[in-house]
Design a protein around this ligand. Structure first.
Ligand SMILES: CC(C)(COP(=O)(O)OP(=O)(O)OC[C@H]1O[C@@H](n2cnc3c(N)ncnc32)[C@H](O)[C@@H]1OP(=O)(O)O)[C@@H](O)C(=O)NCCC(=O)NCCS
Length: 178
């Protein structure tokens, strides 16, 4: 398959078929189409409850969606600037349609996100992921994120035990973007 190209051209403003992918800000109307697919995109894990509509209503300025020329959902990133630490941006969710993986789309979404939050004064990007999500861990390491110290090292990765409550251990990743 030809390497995908993510552009900043919005689907609304495209004047001719470009066979490119289009990146735009997230909208409230993206909520249902995204929650319908995420469990499948996460390999059958139940994660849709972690994406309530509030993210689509109140975090539009830095959260993004990628669509193809047919306006099909290709990828999305939900993130925000920390209310408590204005120099920290947080990536809550990123997902790429399984048909479009390993083509640099998530990398491009992250590059755009870093630029946007840098312009807002952020110097650090943080996120957490599940120790079981090996694909996410590999991707974030490849993107230059470092796992913060944990209570236990599992298969070479520091894990913070019960981070999200009993039994919900997490890997906490951080990257400086100065
Ligand atoms: C993780 C995910 C977002 C990566 O998206 P992607 O568009 O395929 O990633 P990219 O093509 O931009 O990859 C960027 C780099 O990470 C590497 N990478 C991506 N996924 C990888 C994986 N599963 N294993 C190892 N390396 C991986 C790529 O090879 C690439 O490396 P390179 O720069 O040396 O070429 C995607 O697999 C996904 O949606 N997974 C399910 C949802 C999920 O787990 N999200 C993260 C937690 S919120």
């Amino acid at each position: 398959m030809e390497k995908a190209k993510v552009t900043l051209v919005s689907a609304e403003n495209a004047t001719s078929p470009s066979h490119k992918l289009h990146l735009r800000r997230i909208r409230e109307s993206d909520h249902l189409p995204i929650v319908r697919v995420v469990d499948d995109w996460w390999g059958g894990r139940h994660v849709s409850h972690l994406l309530p509509k509030l993210f689509f209503e109140h975090f539009q300025d830095i959260s993004t969606v990628v669509e193809n020329d047919d306006l099909e959902l290709v990828a999305f990133l939900v993130g925000f600037v920390s209310q408590s630490k204005p120099d920290v941006a947080y990536i809550h969710f990123v997902g790429v349609n399984p048909n479009y993986r390993k083509e640099g789309i998530a990398k491009e979404l992250y590059t755009q996100f870093f630029e946007t939050v840098r312009a807002k004064g952020c110097t650090t990007v943080k996120l957490i992921t599940s120790p079981a999500n090996k694909g996410s861990i590999a991707f974030h390491e490849r993107m230059g994120f470092k796992a913060l110290p944990g209570d236990q090292v599992v298969e070479g990765i520091p894990v913070i035990l019960n981070y999200d409550g009993s039994g919900n251990s997490r890997v906490s990743f951080s990257k400086e973007i100065q």
